[in-house]
Write a protein that binds this ligand. Structure first.
Ligand SMILES: Nc1ncnc2c1ncn2[C@@H]1O[C@H](COP(=O)(O)OP(=O)(O)O)[C@@H](O)[C@H]1O
Ligand SMILES: O=c1ccn([C@@H]2O[C@H](COP(=O)(O)OP(=O)(O)O)[C@@H](O)[C@H]2O)c(=O)[nH]1
Length: 238
C-alpha cells in the first residue's frame, strides 16, 4: 500500500478556483473534481482539515464593496466562506465522505461553532473538518485562517491549492517573464512582497515552523502527489 508522507494536513482551497470558468459562484463540475481529489487523499488515511475562501461570492476589497465600511464588507466575505463550506461539505457527503463544518462566527442554526477540542476529535475519528468564516475577524484573509487553524490542530503542512502552480518571482498572471521557485524561505517570500499569500499568513507559519506548499488546483492528481511526498508546486519553508 502507498504510504502518505503526512498524518494531518490543512488544505486551503481558493474560493475563486471554485468558479471554474464561470464569472462567479460555484461551478458544479469544479467542486466535484476538487472533492474527488480530496477523497483520494482521505483514502490514504491522512487526516484532513480544510479552509475555503469566499472570493467567488464576495471579496471585501472588491469593486462591489467600494464605499462600504471595510469591516462590514469583510463580514460579508466571511459569510461567503460559510456558503462555500456548506456546498463543499454537501458535495463530500454525495461522494460518501463525512465532513463537519465549524464556523468562526456563531450562526448556530446553520453550522456548529468552532471548538478546537471538538475539531481535533473529528479529525481523530477520520472526519473531514471544514473551517468556515475565516478567522472570524475582519482585516484578515482565509490564507491567514489556514495558517491559524493549521497551527492550532498541529498540521504538518499547509497545502495551498490555487490557480497558479506555485510561487513565482512576480504575479505570473501579470508578468509572463516570472519564474517559479521550487522552494523559498518565508523571509524571502515576505521581503520580496510575493503576493501569492499575505504577509500575516507567511509570518504566522514561519513563527510556528509550519511549512506551506503552494500548488495548482487545476493540475490533475497534484494533491495526491504532494501527500505521497512528491515534489510539486513550491515549498515555503523556515
Ligand atoms: N509571486 C506570485 N507567485 C504566484 N502567484 C502570485 C504571485 N503574486 C501574485 N500572485 C497571484 O496570487 C494568486 C493566488 O492567490 P489566491 O489567494 O489563491 O487567489 P485568489 O485570491 O484569486 O483566490 C494567483 O492566482 C496569482 O495571480
Ligand atoms: O479571517 C477572515 C477571512 C476572510 N475575510 C473576508 O472574506 C473574504 C474572502 O476570503 P478570501 O479573499 O481569503 O478568499 P479566497 O481568496 O480564497 O477566495 C476576504 O476578502 C475578506 O473580506 C475576513 O474578513 N476575515
Amino acid at each position: 500500500m502507498t504510504q502518505a508522507a503526512y498524518k494531518r494536513v490543512l488544505l486551503k482551497l481558493s474560493g475563486e478556483a471554485l468558479m471554474g470558468d464561470d464569472a462567479y459562484g460555484i461551478n458544479r463540475a469544479t467542486i466535484e473534481r476538487m472533492v474527488a481529489d480530496v477523497k483520494e487523499v482521505a483514502q490514504l488515511g491522512v487526516e484532513l482539515a480544510i479552509v475555503i475562501g469566499g472570493g467567488n461570492i464576495f471579496r471585501g476589497v472588491a469593486p462591489g464593496a467600494q464605499g462600504m465600511d471595510r469591516a462590514t464588507a469583510d463580514y460579508m466575505g466571511m459569510l461567503a466562506t460559510v456558503m462555500n463550506s456548506l456546498a463543499l461539505a454537501d458535495a463530500m457527503r454525495q461522494q460518501g465522505m463525512t465532513a463537519r463544518v465549524m464556523s468562526a462566527i456563531s450562526i448556530e442554526q446553520v453550522v456548529e461553532p468552532y471548538v478546537r477540542p471538538k475539531a481535533l476529535q473529528y479529525l481523530e475519528e477520520g472526519k473531514i473538518v471544514i473551517f468556515a468564516a475565516g478567522t472570524g475577524n475582519p482585516f484578515f484573509t482565509t490564507d491567514t485562517a489556514a495558517a491559524l487553524r493549521g497551527s492550532e490542530i498541529g498540521a504538518q503542512v499547509v497545502l495551498k491549492a490555487t490557480k497558479v502552480d506555485g510561487v513565482y518571482s512576480a504575479d505570473p498572471n501579470k508578468d509572463p517573464s516570472a519564474t517559479r521557485y521550487s522552494s523559498i524561505s518565508f523571509d524571502e517570500a515576505i521581503s520580496r512582497h510575493l503576493q501569492v499569500m499575505d504577509a500575516t499568513a507567511f509570518a504566522l507559519c514561519r513563527d510556528q515552523k509550519l511549512p506551506i506548499r503552494v500548488f495548482s488546483i487545476v493540475k490533475p492528481g497534484a494533491l495526491a502527489r504532494i501527500v505521497l511526498g512528491e515534489d510539486e508546486g513550491t515549498l515555503v519553508h523556515v
